[in-house]
Design a protein around this ligand. Sequence first.
Ligand code: 5GP
Length: 181
Amino acid sequence: MANTVKLHDLEFMPYLTESELSVIVSGLANRINEKYNGKSPLFVVVLNGAFMFASDLMKEVTIDCEVSFLRVSSYRGTASTGEVKEMMPIGTDVSGRDVVLLEDIVDTGKTMGEIKRKMLENNASSVSICTLLYKPDAFQGDYMVDLIGKEIPDRFVVGYGLDYDGLGRNLPSLYQIKPKS
Ligand code: 5GP
């Protein structure tokens, strides 16, 4: 893993290596394969951040399934705006489907809460949330996050699909914001 990276005005230090991420992703895939054995869920990848995670996860999901995409945005810089904008609708009928939302990170939980609500409004049979990362200290939701890869402290992270103002998504491992000295 490279050393510290600089994106725009901020510095980030190595946090989770590619192999640590791979172990976390395999664990989630195993749990999904068990939980949805005999079912045919619809995975909805929440873009942009979840693209790398979803790509690695889906290669290890062995049950019958469909994959669709939804693009939302609620972050500016390193803080959530609290307002969830749906920018690319799913385009797949979710009624009667077991939906699994694939998210890179659950922070305040507003984004997933809003998407889950919309899926249930559109008559999905069930909606589960599968997230690579979860910040328990920032979470304000009144719902369960079903499948969590790893709980992390409430500090901004980049890499493995996650960006800071557009940069850093292509880093293969995860970096955490460096405290200002
Ligand atoms: P929430 O609605 O849970 O507050 O925020 C969810 C979204 O905020 C995530 O999909 C992600 O795009 C963004 N986000 C939350 N925490 C972080 C973080 O530490 N780093 C980055 N790059 N994005 C984050």
